[in-house]
Unconditional design. Sequence first.
Length: 351
Amino acid sequence: MSTSASVGSTTGTGGDAATVGTGGAPGTGGAGTGGSETFCDLPTTFKWKSGPPVISPKPPAGRTFASVKDPTIVFFEDKYHVFATVFDTTSGNGGWQSVYLNFTDFPQAPAAEQHYMQGWPTGSTVAPQVFYFRPHNKWYLIYQWNGRYSTNDDINNMNGWSRPQSLLRGEPGAMGSTLGALDFWNICDDDYCYLFFSRDDGKLYRSKVSIEDFPKFDGYEVVMTAPTNGLLFEASNVYKVDGSNKYLLLVEAFDNSPRFFRSWTSESLDGPWAPLADTKNNPFAGPANVTYEGGDWSDDISHGELIRSGHDEKMTISACNMRFLYQGRDPSVGGEYGRLPYKLGLLTLQE
């Protein structure tokens, strides 16, 4: 694989931890404890365990969902908030749509009501990402088709989302067999916000704007290029690792195989990005390093999101006790992509 900058060596001790006093601060998105907080280094290899699906299609009356997928998840005010894509097979206004649900913990997730978002002010919010942008004191939901965003003063107010606004000026459109921009992901440091996205063309893209000008993204550049399209596919995630100067980049991939996630690290959102666990045989998460309790139900480890330590634009994660909400499906069921029976499962990192 070639990149726009040189690739360095990987680091990490496989889970060494340090304890420091933090105290935390309300509204910062951090996991303040009022005492000490333990930070862990990212491992260089990963082993995950998954149980059965935690979220399955659960349509409201009058609707039929073939799948639920592309989740974004945030923990805020003692509950998890999830926005996800569904494929609605109901005649008329069916197709790709979206849902919102919340629950206090994952044992309650299967019973959570899935609120249909078609007809909301936003319309359908496909492949979403949700976060709280502190400079504006607002929640942001970014999504496709074509990069768009909506805002809300209260994530609990399902009808409080604003009408869609354009996210990226000069967004690349579809060309030949290449799709337009999709799977948008925003992360900010102290000075800038960075918008990562894909096009199914073997490249990872990024736009950049100052904190003061967010979300007026304009133009883009190529971050990374793979020798084959499948090795840099979709669903990029970027996080800041608590207690370190390290950023973690994940991108979904396939290599004549079910889907898996590759990973890189950097000390800057501008790169360069150093390989961490980035192959089919040594992935961040994939068939090679995921085991199942209660029976295998998926080959794919596909579009998902790590459980964050905070809820704001810095997209922080703890490398201790990592969990990943992902989409998977029964590999024996084929057919049209939209009708593949994707469900959401939860990976837990094993020592």
